[in-house]
Every structure is written in C-alpha cells, then in structure tokens.
Design a protein around this ligand. Structure first.
Ligand SMILES: [Mn+2]
Length: 246
C-alpha cells in the first residue's frame, strides 16, 4: 500500500464510533510488516483542532501516538488544513514531522501524480466564506489562536459546530447534484492548469468518484465524502485508487 487518503471525520473524541474505527485502522497499518503508507489527511479530521493546545493533545493522545509510531517506521503525513482544523504546523510539523498545507498540492506517489486539497476553495463564488477563510488564516489570528486558552477555543468550536445539518431529502438531492457538477468542473479546470492522474478533495460531504478523458488518459476526480455517511478511506495500491470500507 503506497498511500491512504482520509477527510471529514469530524472527530469530537476517540470514544465515539468514528474515533474507534480510525484507531483500529491505524493499528492495522501498524501490524503490517512492510513500510506503512503515506497518510494524506485532507482536512476536518477533527471537528475542532486549533494550534497546539493541551486540550486537543490530551483528547487525541492515543491517535497521536499511533501516528507517531507509523512515522517512526517510515510513514509520512501530509495534512491539509480544513476549516475545522487550523494552525496545525506548531504541533503536527514539530512533533510528527507532518507536511502541513493550507493550499492545494501535487504529489508523485505510487506511480501517480495526484492533486490534493481540502476543498473549501473550490466554490469560488462563495465570497463571504473565502473572506472568512483569509481572516482566520491571517498570521495575527494564528498568533491569537496560539495564545488564547485551549478550553476557550474548544467551547467556542463546539458552539460553531452545533448549527444544524438537517435538510429535507429534496433539498439534499438538489444540493448534492449542484456540488457534483462543481467538483467535476473544478477538476477539469485545474487539470488544464497543471495536469494530474487524480484530484482528491474533501469538505463537501458528498462522495463523488468521476472519470474524464484527457489526451487519451482517464483522469479521476474524487471527493471523499464524510464519515457522517460511511466510514471509508481511499487507498493507493499497485497504481490503483481503491475505496476501502472500514
Ligand atoms: Mn471543511
């Protein structure tokens, strides 16, 4: 196995179902005799993680230890910040040697050229969100996030996350088809800027796996969906991207 891709678990703790499943999956990687795969975290792994506060380090300690053991055995972590996990370099780079990104990136891995991104910049018409994003990621906010007490950020984050995700099924279907169109248009657009074999994103919570042709090649455009629906990871093995249900 050359790489695994995960996003949008929105973990609140390791005691909940998704937390347990993730720990079990990482333990299964630890048990394999071969060098563990590259781990691409495509954002919103946590429902909230900001900077390097003790409250997050304590809550996710078993997860961090497992990742650390994988890194010690040769795994590499690439972490694309989401809109729920931000200002990560101060812990994730320092202690886990992760490559922390805030913008899309292209990687040569397992014989494929893959574009990865969280996906919160795909909707270019969402000006108010893009403004909020720029504000939250400003270096002054990064400094502030580091200085503010962890428990304060944690309780604030919990309030943000409480906004309802309930929608009628007709609204949901309409929204999903709009998002699929947007994801696919985005894939074609960015392929023209800098070609790849696959583009992988998260954020939208709409699983999509679409292929399109360019210069005689099949290009994959994948959105990972979310663990609110299914506990699934994407795996790169023998040059193939495959879904694995956990
Ligand atoms: Mn997101």
């Amino acid at each position: 196995m050359d790489a695994v891709f995960l996003s949008d678990l929105h973990l609140k703790s390791l005691e909940e179902r998704n937390g347990k499943t993730l720990l079990r999956f990482l333990a299964s990687l630890e048990e394999r005799p071969e060098t563990p795969p590259m781990i691409f975290l495509l954002g919103d792994i946590f429902d909230l993680w900001i900077s390097d506060h003790r409250v997050f380090l304590d809550r996710y300690e078993p997860l961090l230890s497992s990742l650390k053991r994988l890194v010690e055995r040769g795994s590499r972590i690439v972490y694309f910040e989401g809109n729920h996990d931000m200002h990560l370099a101060v812990y994730w780079e320092k202690h886990l040697g992760a490559d922390v990104r805030t913008r899309p990136g292209l990687f040569q891995v397992g014989g494929l050229r893959i574009r990865c991104e969280h996906g919160d910049e795909i909707n270019r018409d969402d000006i108010s969100y893009l403004r909020l994003r720029a504000f939250l990621r400003h270096p002054v906010m990064e400094r502030l996030a580091h200085l503010l007490p962890g428990h304060f950020l944690d309780s604030m984050g919990n309030r943000w996350s409480k906004h309802s995700r309930k929608r009628s099924s007709a609204e949901r279907a309409e929204r999903e088809s709009r998002i699929r169109k947007m994801l696919r248009r985005h894939a074609e657009l960015v392929w023209d800027e800098d070609p790849f074999d696959a583009v992988i994103s998260g954020h939208m919570h709409v699983k999509d796996d679409w292929s399109f042709g360019r210069k005689g090649r099949q290009i994959r455009a994948i959105n990972l969906g979310s663990w609110f629906e299914t506990q699934e990871v994407l795996i790169l093995r023998d040059g193939q991207l495959i879904w694995q249900q956990l």
